[in-house]
Design a protein around this ligand. Structure first.
Ligand code: NI
Length: 318
């Protein structure tokens, strides 16, 4: 026992020294923290906003998705913006606004209809312009025309052509056109086995969906060639065969004048067959649209023209 006490005594000055060093280090850290405080203006802003932060905001903060750069002032601003977008969340603005009298609320004016009203083809004279065999090198030009004329159309695209024209199908769908299937390799489906027909339809639908996010429900069989066997394959896939009742024969006449003249044979409910791979057709498009519009026709996609379609069924017009 006595040996323990005697051995502890000489250690006492060392413990005291250690204590002094600790106190010294502590006061150093304290002074460093004191001088590292943010500049006066920023500190004042922070102090001013502190009492305004409600518990609601705190709970909102935890629910905001993908908080950018947590802990920074820019991050805080970004979070505030994000919270503003969240309905039902009261947001505290980090910068105190000057007290300005609010102007009396203006009378609400009726919202202007920007989007064109949906067309009712039971009442309106509707026509569906359809373009086959693309996308091709003239498709972009046709899209410009259709966009300028605000005329929606339906494109029956060949699956194996899609990859060569990246973004074109997406533009079609974004501009209000319908993108439908014209099979993968443009073979006469009647000559194919059920397995091969399915492959033609499936691969094309997949490629279209990749670009437009929507799998097509309408198929234009190449050469308009269908039989019971093809219809059954379409029915099983939930797809319908879309033919036409006005054939411009544009691929044969290769004439702007003749293509436009033939298209004038359309009537209410017509589906007009054309090919966007034909330059003359693309050049005829503005004329066709203007002339038919003068006669009171409205352009719609095939889906809008026909409404609900039955799988496996063949349609030539409304
Ligand atoms: Ni074709």
């Amino acid at each position: 026992m006595s040996s323990v006490v005697s051995s502890a005594r000489p250690q006492y000055p060392i413990t005291r020294m250690l204590l002094l060093i600790l106190i010294g280090a502590g006061s150093m850290a304290l002074s460093l923290w004191w001088f590292a405080e943010p500049p006066a203006t920023e500190a004042a802003t922070l102090r001013a906003q502190a009492p305004q932060v409600s518990t609601q905001v705190v709970s909102a903060l935890s629910s905001v998705d993908a908080l950018p750069s947590l802990g920074t002032r820019s991050g805080a601003a970004a979070r505030t913006v994000q919270m503003r977008k969240k309905p039902g969340v009261e947001v505290v603005d980090p910068t105190p606004e000057p007290a300005v009298k609010k102007a009396p609320a203006k009378k609400k004016t009726k919202k202007k209809q920007i989007e064109p009203k949906p067309v009712n083809c039971k009442k309106a004279k509707c026509i569906a312009l359809t373009f086959d065999d693309g996308p091709g090198k003239h498709t972009a030009k046709l899209l410009k025309t259709l966009h300028k004329e605000k005329a929606p159309a339906t494109f029956f695209v060949i699956g194996r052509h899609i990859e060569a024209y990246p973004g074109v199908l997406r533009t079609m769908s974004e501009q209000g056109h319908e993108v439908a299937s014209h099979t993968w390799s443009h073979d006469d489906l009647r000559q194919l086995s059920t397995k091969k027909i399915n492959k033609e339809l499936k691969t094309t639908a997949k490629a279209i969906k990749k670009e437009t996010r929507a799998a097509p429900k309408l198929v234009r069989p190449p050469y308009g060639a269908v039989d019971a066997h093809v219809q059954k394959a379409l029915e099983k896939r939930g797809e319908s065969a879309i033919m036409w009742n006005v054939d411009t024969l544009d691929w044969k006449n290769k004439s702007v004048k003749l293509t436009a003249e033939t298209a004038m044979g359309a009537e209410s409910g017509s589906i007009i067959l054309m090919h966007d791979v034909q330059e003359t057709t693309v050049d005829a498009a503005p004329r066709i649209i203007k002339k038919l519009r003068k006669q009171g026709y409205t352009f719609v996609t095939v889906s809008d023209l026909l409404g609900d379609v039955k799988p496996g069924e063949i349609y030539r017009r409304r």
